[in-house]
Design a protein around this ligand. Structure first.
Ligand code: GDP
Length: 182
């Protein structure tokens, strides 16, 4: 089944977003390979795709060597997942583009892994500020990328953006199905 991986800096709101997307129900939690279960979680959605919950990166208080191990763990996932359709990189809508996120997107690009951006915690900004922050982010991206990735504005506490993200995934799955049947 197709997989969509969710990743971002710790505290970006990933767990809350996943709760919103999965509605806390209709999900079956499956464990990954033994020994790795505590780091990667798979959620089966609508019986036709997996939401993959990857560990958060950029913990401030861990040693360099454990940061390295962690990076290796995440890159291993991306290098091995054949079912991966797209990653979603979560960024807090209040923050300016962070080097660690931009570098991570760069990494995905270099490895030809499609990705979208999910701006989280939109309820924390007024509409005008949302627009300004997103525009600034897009401007920064266009320094490195020829095209903007698909992006979504979400709030888990106000349930914003749920249909957009899920609709995008369903539409992508339909396209994959159509390609297969031709
Ligand atoms: P994770 O570490 O990326 O999984 O982040 P969490 O989902 O645990 O959220 C980190 C903190 O941000 C928690 O205190 C959440 O209550 C808060 N948070 C997450 N999503 C939202 C949101 O959409 N709006 C607001 N206002 N707070 C949020």
């Amino acid at each position: 089944l197709p997989e969509y991986a969710f990743i971002g800096r710790s505290n970006v709101g990933k767990s809350s977003l996943i709760n919103m997307l999965t509605d806390r129900k209709s999900l079956a939690k499956t464990s990954g390979r033994p020994g790795k279960t505590q780091l990667i979680n798979h959620f089966l959605i609508n019986k036709n795709w997996y939401l993959v919950d990857l560990p958060g990166y950029g913990y401030a208080r861990v040693s360099k060597s454990s940061k390295k191990k962690f990076q290796k763990f995440i890159t291993n996932y991306f290098e091995q997942r054949k079912q991966l359709v797209s990653a979603f990189v979560l960024v807090d809508i209040r923050h300016k583009p962070q080097p660690i996120d931009l570098e991570f997107m760069q990494y995905l690009g270099e490895n030809e892994i499609p990705f979208g951006i999910i701006f989280t915690k939109a309820d924390k900004l007024k509409p005008q500020a949302i627009e300004r922050h997103v525009a600034e982010y897009c401007q920064e991206l266009l320094k490195f990328w020829e095209e903007l990735p698909p992006y979504f504005i979400t709030s888990s506490s106000k349930t914003i953006g749920q249909e957009e993200v899920l609709g995008f995934i369903e539409a992508t799955n339909n396209e994959i199905e159509q390609l297969k049947s031709h």
